[in-house]
Design a protein. Structure first.
Length: 70
């Protein structure tokens, strides 16, 4: 199994729609401006670079914690 991949991204209305879809489907949303800026530079369906693993892991922990408290 490889690294996590960037499967969707958008700006403006597209970003708002992605966030709305996530929330409507019970997917936790974590806001991190620095991570957004870094991921925005990546192409879709590409593995997330190793230098972003730490921050992605922290977000996954936050998501896991939010799911276990519900």
């Amino acid at each position: 199994m490889g690294a996590p991949q960037l499967t969707a991204k958008g700006r403006g209305l597209v970003a708002e729609r992605l966030i709305a879809l996530a929330r409507a489907n019970g997917i936790p949303v974590v806001e991190d401006k620095l991570l957004v800026e870094a991921l925005d530079k990546l192409d879709l369906n590409r593995e997330i670079p190793a230098d972003l693993y730490q921050v992605v892991a922290e977000i996954l922990v936050a998501v896991y914690r939010s799911e276990t408290t519900v």
